[in-house]
Design a protein around this ligand. Structure first.
Ligand code: ATP
Ligand code: MG
Length: 271
């Protein structure tokens, strides 16, 4: 499989003092689904923001389709357009993503920045609104939406750009179960349609449904292990160490019972 992103020995710290990414080397292959998992503060969101060039690494190299992404490369108008139209990010917090007066303006914004004619852009917006079930919100100011509705608008604003790569930061955070399962199906369909998808999450149930390749980020902001769903989810020690499962104590009759708990790793009792 072709490599879409190549990250090599990336380091990043906020304000030069708060470490967020330590010596990360990772490839993202064209058309794959990759999940970056890890405890709070391990660096998942920072990594996604480096992949969409909102943050530049302090050291190390990042390449997209073989071309190194640097400040200089992005100052080139053609490359900037090429890169921005191919890589879309959905932020962990929708409030930082939405800035237009209405929902429809928000969905139109991306396509209108490119060479897509207004008629075609409107067509894409209608399709996205229908798919996400938000047509009735088209004229609503974005600050008058619920958290889940904002998340849908944020997803719509990226889908209307029809990017090759979707970076989704905690996509299921704050969603009701119906919306969460809709979104899971949407990610599977987008993947099936050939999109490359990178998800940052600590939702192991979501991982169980999507079966992506997994990279585990550790407390010290590096990548601790990369592997299949099977290899990672069976490694309880790794999951426990990285706060992805916790010990759970409960009672069976008079017996106190302790075991690793997560919603994904269902357990069996023999007695
Ligand atoms: N804007 C910021 N300014 C300063 N430090 C930050 C900023 N954003 C994140 N950090 C720090 O960088 C490190 C990595 O944060 P990041 O948000 O990438 O983690 P995360 O894995 O996405 O966490 P979470 O699961 O809570 O979303 C943390 O130590 C965090 O405190
Ligand atoms: Mg995060």
């Amino acid at each position: 499989m072709d490599k879409l992103f190549e990250l090599s020995k990336i380091n990043f710290s906020y304000h030069g003092t708060i470490p967020a990414i330590t010596d990360v080397s990772l490839d993202v292959r064209k058309g794959e689904m990759l999940a970056v998992i890890g405890q709070n503060g391990s660096g998942k969101s920072t990594l996604l923001q480096i992949m969409c060039a909102l943050l530049m690494p302090s050291s190390g190299k990042i390449r997209f389709r073989g071309k190194e992404i640097t400040g200089k490369a992005l100052r080139d108008r053609d490359f900037n357009r090429f890169f921005r139209s191919r890589v879309g990010i959905i932020f962990q917090n929708s409030d930082v993503q939405l800035f237009c007066p209405t929902v429809l303006d928000e969905l139109m914004f991306g396509p209108l920045q490119t060479d897509i004619p207004p008629g075609k852009a409107m067509e894409r917006c209608s399709e996205a609104m229908e798919m996400l079930g938000i047509e009735r919100l088209a004229d609503r100011p974005v600050h008058m939406l619920s958290g889940g509705e904002k998340k849908k608008v944020a997803i719509g604003s990226v889908l209307t750009m029809n990017p090759e790569v979707l970076l989704l930061d905690e996509p299921t955070g704050g969603l009701d179960l119906g919306t969460e399962s809709f979104l899971t199906d949407l990610m599977l369909s987008l993947h099936e349609a050939g999109k490359t998808i990178v998800i940052a999450t600590h939702d192991l149930e979501l991982i169980g449904h999507l079966e992506p390749r997994i990279a585990v980020m550790s407390e010290n902001h590096g990548i601790e292990k990369v592997g299949s769903v099977d290899a990672i989810l069976r490694d309880t020690e790794l999951l426990r160490k990285n706060n992805l499962v916790h010990e759970h104590v409960h009672r069976h009759g008079k017996k106190l019972h302790r075991h690793v708990h997560s919603h994904y790793l269902y357990h069996r009792h023999d007695d």
